[in-house]
Design a protein around this ligand. Structure first.
Ligand code: HPA
Length: 233
C-alpha cells in the first residue's frame, strides 16, 4: 500500500500496461483478461489484474500528464517491485503523412519538464526507452503484420500549446508527435533501473487537423492493446 495505491503487493504483476484513461483500463481488463480483479480504486484510478493467455498482468491507468504518470509509475516500480511498464496511449502527430490510428513506438522521449532534475538532482531532457522491450514489441508487430513507426516524441506539459513546439521538436529533434506521459515513465525507469516502453496510436494530426473523437478514442485502440499484451507474454 502507498499514498496513492491501495493494492496488495501480490496483486500487482511484474509487467504492467498503463493506458492514460481509467475507463480504458476497465475496458481492456474486461475484454482481454480472464479472472479479472479490481486491485485499486483510490481516486477513481481503477486498476485491474487478471490473466492473458495464462500470464498474470495488471492494467493500471496513469492519468494525464507527467506528474500523474510520475506518481503511479514510481510507486509501482519502487514499492510494488514492478519490473516493466508499457504505456499505451495516444499521440498528436507532427507529420502530414501520419494517419489516424497509425502506431508509433517511442525511441527517445524529449521534454522541457524538470521532472528528472527534481527526481535525481541531475538534468536531462531526453530519455530513452528500453531496447529489450522495444524489440519484443517490434517483433510482435512483424508477426501480426502491423506497421509501427519507431521514433522520438515530444512529451509536453501543455496540451493547449500555442507556441512553436511543433516546428522546434519536429525539425530539430526529429519528433514524430507529442503526448504527455512518456517522459515521466522513462525518467522513473532510468532512475530506478527498470524497463519501460511506450506504444502510441495517432489520435489527432496537428498538421492536417484530423482527429478521432473522444468516444472512438475510448473504443478504438484495439490494435495497440493487442500488440502490447502479446509483447508482454
Ligand atoms: N497533444 C498532447 N498530447 C496528446 C495529443 C496532443 O495533440 N494527442 C494525444 N495526446
Amino acid at each position: 500500500m502507498t499514498v496513492h495505491i491501495e493494492a496488495k503487493k501480490e496483486d500487482i504483476s511484474k509487467t504492467v500496461l498503463m493506458p492514460g484513461d481509467p475507463k480504458r483500463a476497465e475496458k481492456i481488463a474486461n475484454e482481454y483478461l480472464e479472472n479479472v480483479k479490481l486491485v485499486n480504486a483510490v481516486r477513481g484510478m481503477n486498476a485491474y489484474t487478471g490473466t492473458y493467455k495464462g500470464k498474470k498482468i495488471t492494467i493500471f491507468p496513469s492519468g494525464m500528464g507527467i506528474p500523474s504518470m510520475g506518481i503511479y509509475s514510481y510507486e509501482l516500480f519502487k514499492y510494488y517491485d514492478v519490473e516493466e511498464i508499457i504505456r499505451i496511449g495516444t499521440v498528436g502527430a507532427y507529420l502530414e503523412d501520419e494517419n489516424l490510428y497509425d502506431l508509433i513506438l517511442v525511441n527517445n522521449s524529449i521534454s522541457k519538464s524538470n521532472y528528472y532534475l527534481d527526481l535525481s538532482g541531475e538534468t536531462t531532457h531526453m530519455v530513452n526507452s528500453t531496447e529489450e522491450l522495444n524489440s519484443k514489441i517490434l517483433k510482435e508487430a512483424i508477426n501480426e503484420d502491423k506497421n509501427v513507426r519507431f521514433g522520438n516524441i515530444y512529451s509536453t506539459e501543455t496540451f493547449y500549446d500555442e507556441g512553436k513546439n511543433l516546428k522546434e521538436f519536429r525539425d530539430d529533434f526529429n519528433c514524430l508527435g507529442t503526448e504527455m506521459e512518456s517522459y515521466a515513465l522513462f525518467c522513473n525507469a532510468k532512475h530506478l533501473n527498470k524497463k519501460a516502453a511506450c506504444l502510441l496510436t495517432v489520435s489527432d494530426n496537428l498538421v492536417t487537423k484530423e482527429e478521432i473523437d473522444s468516444k472512438k478514442r475510448e473504443q478504438s485502440l484495439d490494435e495497440m492493446i493487442k500488440l502490447a499484451l502479446e509483447a508482454s507474454l
